[in-house]
Design a protein around this ligand. Structure first.
Ligand code: SDX
Length: 434
């Protein structure tokens, strides 16, 4: 940023013979913004920006990313350092409460989460109301908002203690909801969480243990899952986070706001891409491994097929998370001895695409979803559970963003305007006259 841009305090806007000045808001890093809060009152005009590619919805101190440089930081800490040194619950604490916890703070948070992992026993019957092939994201979204019916204190969204216990309950119970939706799908007994297991180990235990034999969590697998959860924990104002903020701005409770975020994440352009990547890789294998053919298909303007796991609204460089996940995938595949045919195809796909002018000119690189599915698959997650795992990872980010919004002086009910392009006023026509 030039020195002038860094010190500029206002932008001049000329409309006809009028000129107005709009204040410039400077961030501590990254984008500065023109504050258009007075635009309509001063000019009668609004702005139009479908997909909000040029529009900041809020100020935030939680996550910073630089799409051109491929930088991602949670509360200022680089994702590479958190991936190497931290744990998912420590990162969750950092995102939600603003800084790395002391040992006693972390111990208290872990104990709180550990002792809230059970879901109400009545909810066992909740799963029975779904077909065995119900998509786990439908079960997770409805189960999340359904949980609020057991906790009326969650409606007290301005009571700090009620919010804190709601936060701990959500972080603790989402893995149980997710694992039980999987057990329902495979027709196995529900496995209860255990207080002697760590967060990721507990999820693996609830997913894969059966009453008829002991189940030992593979530490390499638990570590890889914890790393994936860290890498998914927040990503500033992405579609699902913006959904959580918008729903929260109506003063809906946190369970309802998170449930809305889960539904937004489900889409294949967003969190559902990890599922679509595996389907693409399996399609290429079934089609004889002709990677170039599928790259050409992704480039074809007349074909709606897009290369899942490639491209990003903000990253115009390698997604830093994709780099970390790619090396973790190699470790997990080696440790589990899982079939790495898809990993080979993924690497070939990356090589071909990154040398192709279409992808280079559009700055399309592998994103967080490109390799993550290979790890989930090696761990034993069915493809339709990948986005559930993304949701468990993203939960602390959603919570942190909801809390920041609820505590911010600038926050108000989210209500965008529009440019109307429909018919002018006209009189009702009776059916006989139509
Ligand atoms: C996540 O926002 C976040 O932070 C999200 C996320 C998070 O942590 O929360 O990072 C997680 O959602 C990652 C993204 C996962 N989605 C996918 O992998 C789906 C495949 N990717 C694309 O659909 C696309 O890249 C988007 C949706 C991710 C971003 O699309 P944009 O920013 O709206 O850009 P665009 O669709 O306008 O694409 C620009 C051009 C177009 O071609 P032209 O019209 O210029 O000819 O690039 C092309 C697109 O057709 N393009 C692709 C492509 N992605 C973009 N072409 C082929 N394959 C792709 N994957």
């Amino acid at each position: 940023m030039t020195a002038d841009a860094a010190t500029r305090t206002a932008a001049a806007l000329s409309i006809g013979d009028r000129q107005i000045e709009l204040p410039i808001v400077h961030g501590s890093d990254g984008d500065d913004a023109i504050d258009i809060g007075s635009l309509r009152a001063e000019t009668g005009l609004i702005t139009l920006d479908p997909g909000y590619g040029n529009t900041g919805a809020c100020s935030s101190a939680i996550t910073y990313l630089d799409g051109e440089a491929g930088v991602l930081r949670y509360r200022g800490y680089p994702i590479e350092q958190l991936a190497e040194h931290s744990s998912f619950l420590e990162v969750a604490y950092l995102l939600i409460w603003g800084d790395l916890p002391s040992q006693s703070q972390l111990d208290h948070f872990v104990a709180e989460v550990t002792h809230h992992t059970l879901i109400r026993e009545e909810m066992r019957h909740f799963f029975d109301s779904f077909p065995a092939d119900a998509h786990p994201m439908a079960v997770l979204a409805s189960g999340t908002v359904g949980m609020s019916t057991f906790y009326p204190d969650s409606q007290n969204i301005f009571d700090a203690d009620a919010v804190e216990v709601t936060i701990n309950r959500l972080i603790a119970k989402l893995p149980t909801l997710a694992a039980w939706s999987f057990k329902k799908a495979v027709g196995q007994p529900y496995v209860y969480p255990r207080n002697d297991l760590g967060y990721s180990s507990n999820l693996l235990h609830m997913m894969f243990a059966v009453p008829s034999e002991d189940y030992r969590v593979d530490p390499t697998v638990a570590e890889a899952l914890d790393l994936l959860l860290i890498l998914h924990a927040d990503h500033e104002q992405n579609a699902s986070t913006s959904t959580v903020r918008l729903v929260g701005s109506t003063h809906a409770n946190l369970y309802a706001s998170i449930s809305a975020g889960i539904s937004a994440l489900w889409g294949p352009l967003h969190g559902g891409a990890n599922e679509a990547v595996i389907e693409t890789l399996e399609g290429i294998v079934a089609d004889g491994g002709n990677v170039q053919k599928w790259v050409d298909k992704a480039k074809d303007p007349n074909d709606t097929f897009r290369l899942a796991g490639f491209g990003h609204r903000v990253y115009k460089n390698f997604d830093p998370r994709a780099k970390i996940i790619r090396s973790a995938a190699e470790r997990v595949l080696a440790a589990t001895g899982a079939d790495d045919r898809l990993f080979e195809i993924a690497q070939q796909l990356e090589d071909v695409a990154l040398r192709d002018e279409y992808f280079i000119s559009r700055k399309l690189y592998p994103n967080v979803d490109f390799y993550s599915g290979l790890i989930y698959r090696a761990i034993g997650f069915p493809t339709n559970m990948f986005t559930n795992s993304f949701a468990i990872g993203r939960l602390p980010g959603w919570i942190a963003q909801w809390r920041e919004m609820m505590g911010s002086k600038e926050s108000r009910l989210g209500r965008p305007r529009q440019v109307y392009v429909g018919p002018g006023a006209r009189d009702y026509v009776t059916i006989e006259q139509r």
